[in-house]
Design a protein around this ligand. Structure first.
Ligand code: UD1
Length: 430
């Protein structure tokens, strides 16, 4: 199994190209189930999660071509991928596939809207918490679907004439459930109004793509979204928005090592709060015509308290990376995680590098230290694993991160991007 070996101590200087957003690409790919025409997505990142979803969509009957070639030949940076689902050949999403990637559960929306039925495995828990699906069930029930749980699966059935528009208020903000409601309501009869919808940029991206496909959606990016159902959707061409989590991760890496890096192809509006936090921590961030320039020269890292929140708050997906940065701050900081109950698995691993962190419920207290020292550490989930890389970039000596498959789920060409800016990061295979 691959490991990543980092030799710490180098500053980062240069250009890092930011890939298309994983968390936008996944729902956009799933939206291809809604139409018999071709949906073309540009800027699709080359990631394990994307490849896994390609396999899952193939099961449902989606034909996939990459840059006009077969999917297996697709290589390199973010690609253009064509998705065509002439007919849905299978409305079942099996446990073996859904348990590997939670987002594949989201096929339930389009399958139900287009074919009137879906049998989708419950995803089960994951490293960062129990992650229930009650909001999906309630939301789709509001559109008239019958939802039954049977042997670990949800059997969803639409009324005979199809889903029916309704007003639904989410009791809690959920990105995935908002995606699913957008897709399902686009093909429902009548108007759907969703209150307390997620406002994440990826929701806006999906709404823009659905609109290009012929959907009638207003209010995406605010907490109330109105969808007027249409009878069918067509193909479209859409460019996946830049990955704000990758952007924030590399911005934190530069804040950690010091240096001067242009994050190319991204924009500040995708992550205002996280950038403001980084500025307080001592980084200088400026938006240029081609991206975001992140600089930290000379000054140390200031401690900053952070609470994770749904967008536009500080994202939970940057919490572990920010904690890595705070391990080297000149003082004490506190990080409170409010989105996922068990998202502190990186704490023990950071401690192996010499970090001083104590946990009390959902809050971590981080006492900055003047040096970290390299050690073998283990990746536990996608974002936690990259926090160990960030810490490794400044740790003395060698840090070896195992279980690298977590990183490959969400970071395109991580070693290459960092090494081009002066880091010493190497992938070693056993
Ligand atoms: C998405 C992102 C993930 C990010 C998360 C929060 C993708 C592929 N994943 O995950 O990277 O960390 O948003 O920004 O886009 N919840 C329920 N019941 C439900 C659904 C969710 O209680 O039916 C809870 C979750 O357990 C969690 C909270 O709601 O505590 C937010 O989760 P949600 O926004 O749904 O996360 P995902 O869409 O799974």
């Amino acid at each position: 199994m691959d490991r990543i070996r980092i030799t710490g101590g180098n500053q980062l200087n240069g250009i890092i190209p930011i890939s298309g957003a994983k968390n936008a690409a996944l729902p956009l790919m799933i939206a291809s189930l809604l139409t018999s025409d071709t949906l073309t997505l540009e800027n699709v990142p080359h990631l394990a999660d994307v490849e896994q979803l390609i396999r899952i969509l193939g099961n449902h009957g989606v034909d996939i071509a990459v840059n006009g070639r077969r999917e297996s030949q697709g290589e390199g940076y973010s690609r253009t991928v064509h998705f065509t689902c002439r007919t849905i050949v299978d409305t079942t999403a099996p446990y073996e596939l859904v348990s590997k990637m939670r987002a594949s559960f989201w096929v339930i929306g389009p399958l139900l809207a287009r074919d009137g039925k879906a049998r989708v495995s419950l995803p089960g828990g994951c490293a960062i918490g129990t992650r229930p699906v009650d909001l999906f069930i309630e939301g789709l029930e509001a559109l008239g679907a019958t939802m039954e749980i049977d042997s670990g699966y949800i059997n969803a059935t639409a009324p005979s004439g199809g889903l029916i528009g309704a007003t639904y208020t989410f009791p809690k903000v959920s990105v995935g459930a908002t995606h699913v409601m957008l897709m399902a309501a686009s093909l429902a009869r009548g108007t759907t109004v969703i209150h307390n919808a997620a406002r994440e940029p990826e929701v806006v991206d999906l709404a823009q793509c659905l609109t290009a496909m012929g959907a009638k959606i207003e209010g995406a990016g605010t907490s109330t979204i109105t969808i007027e159902g249409v009878t069918s959707l067509s193909g479209a061409r859409h460019r996946v928005l830049p990955d704000r989590i990758e952007t924030g991760t590399y911005a934190m890496a530069v804040a950690m090592t010091g240096g001067d890096v242009l994050l190319e192809g991204t924009r500040a509006s995708l992550l205002e709060n996280a950038l403001d936090t980084l500025k307080l921590a001592g980084a200088t961030i400026t938006e240029t015509e081609t991206g975001l320039r992140v600089v930290r020269n000379g000054n140390g890292i200031h401690p900053v308290d952070v609470v994770t929140e749904p967008f536009p708050g500080f994202p939970t997906d940057l919490q572990a990376q920010f904690m890595a940065l705070m391990t080297r701050a000149q003082g004490v900081s506190h990080i409170t995680e409010t989105i996922f109950e068990n998202r502190f698995m990186h704490v023990q691993e950071l401690a192996r590098l010499g970090a001083k962190i104590s946990l009390s419920g959902q809050m971590a207290r981080i006492e900055g230290v003047s040096r970290l020292k390299g050690a073998p550490v283990m990746a536990t989930d996608l974002r936690a694993s990259v926090s160990l890389v960030i810490a490794g970039l400044v740790a003395e000596g060698e840090t070896v991160v195992s279980r690298v498959y977590h990183l490959d789920r969400g970071f395109e060409r991580l070693e290459e991007k960092l090494n081009r800016c002066g880091a010493q990061v190497e992938r070693v295979s056993d």
